[in-house]
Design a protein around this ligand. Structure first.
Ligand code: TYM
Length: 332
């Protein structure tokens, strides 16, 4: 039986990934590589929608690869590569732009949120066409599953629509992918603003747990997390968004059921609970950070992994691309 194909990507826009990235997506990347044919990429071209100093971008791309390897993405079990190493992403991205409607693209909530923040005059066109490049990332590899957090659901829906449209107009060329989104952990919230998602572009980093932060900093952030009125540790997203977010984090990292964690802290206060959450978080993140720092010392090794990944990715992507061009009527 052939293994199902998985593809996912992450932007190298910051020095560190955060706990939302890890629990919403990256942990599933590691799990899925065991029994699937997985392709994972650092979407460095998507990161160009944010202006970054070239030396810093280069550093962040390598730091992204190092973090992925450190948290368990294994190049012997999956294909890890950089998006810019596979030119077919841009080629298919253009085809997707020619299939997508202007209105359809305008309805993407991530675009609306981001462009509202920056204002239209300072929003680049690449931010608007971003979801079509993402569709290309996925469709080139004929992915069955796309492990992502809840915030990417709409982009995967668009990808399915575009793939279906292409297939019915020009003949079968693409597998229709399904989003792989867990029930719990798909939206980790900011520790200081527990009703908003944890995000790399938050105004303050106080509520964002970063993989590359020291354990001391992360413990401090968790201990000063915003909590709710009352003193019982119970899951109630409406009345207790802060405690519920911490319970979700604890459960996803410790593997314990939320109801069992509630029992463990019955009669104890928020202080004890936060100390417990901090312990669980640090236990998981400490070795990841350590390993990532070690890997960053060996750029030659990182480049070797990425070059090997690019070769494997190109072979798959070019085949899809040639087929798509043929279906479109482009002379081969
Ligand atoms: P990015 O780089 O913003 O985030 C990477 C992954 O982390 C998830 N995520 C979260 N999950 C739970 N809680 C949170 N607070 C949280 N914040 C982020 C995201 O859902 C994502 O899975 N457009 C994508 C990158 C991309 C991509 C692709 C993904 C480009 N091409 C192809 C999948 C397939 C993005 O900006 O993710």
């Amino acid at each position: 039986m052939t293994r199902k194909r998985v593809l996912s990507g992450i932007q190298p826009t910051h020095d560190s990934f955060h706990l939302g990235n890890y629990l919403g997506a990256l942990k599933q990347w590691v799990d899925l590589q065991e029994e699937h044919d997985a392709f994972y990429c650092v979407v460095d071209l998507h990161a160009l929608t944010i202006e970054t100093e070239p030396a810093l971008l280069r550093k962040r791309i390598l730091a992204s690869a190092a973090q992925l390897l450190a948290l368990g993405v294994d190049p012997d079990k999956c294909t890890l590569f950089l998006q810019s190493h596979v030119p077919a992403h841009n080629q298919l991205g253009w085809i997707m732009e020619c299939l997508a409607g202007f209105g359809e693209a305008s309805r993407m909530t991530q675009f609306k949120d981001k462009s509202q923040k920056t204002g239209t005059d300072r929003t680049v066109v690449g931010l608007f066409t971003y979801p079509m490049l993402q569709a290309a990332d996925i469709l080139l590899y004929q992915a069955d599953l796309v492990p992502v957090g809840e915030d990417q659901r709409q982009h995967i829906e668009l990808t399915r629509d575009l793939a279906g449209r292409f297939n019915s107009r020009y003949g079968q060329a693409f597998q229709l992918p399904d989003a792989y989104i867990l029930k719990s952990g798909a939206k980790i919230n900011d520790l200081q603003e527990p009703t908003s998602k944890m995000s790399k572009s938050a105004n303050s980093m106080q509520g964002v747990i970063e993989l590359m932060d020291t354990p001391e900093i992360n413990v401090k952030k968790i201990k000063s997390a915003m909590t709710d009125t009352g003193r019982e540790v119970v899951f109630d997203e409406k009345e207790k968004p802060g405690i519920s977010n911490l319970l979700t984090i604890h459960s996803a990292l410790s593997g314990k059921k939320i109801s069992d964690i509630e029992k463990e802290y019955e009669g104890k206060g928020y202080g004890d609970f936060k100390a417990g959450v901090a312990e669980v978080v640090v236990e998981v993140l400490r070795p990841i950070r350590q390993r990532a720092l070690e890997l960053l010392e060996d750029e030659t090794y990182l480049l070797k992994i990425l070059t090997g990944g690019a070769l494997k990715a190109r072979a798959v992507a070019e085949k899809t691309m040639a087929n798509a061009y043929q279906n479109l009527g482009l002379v081969q």
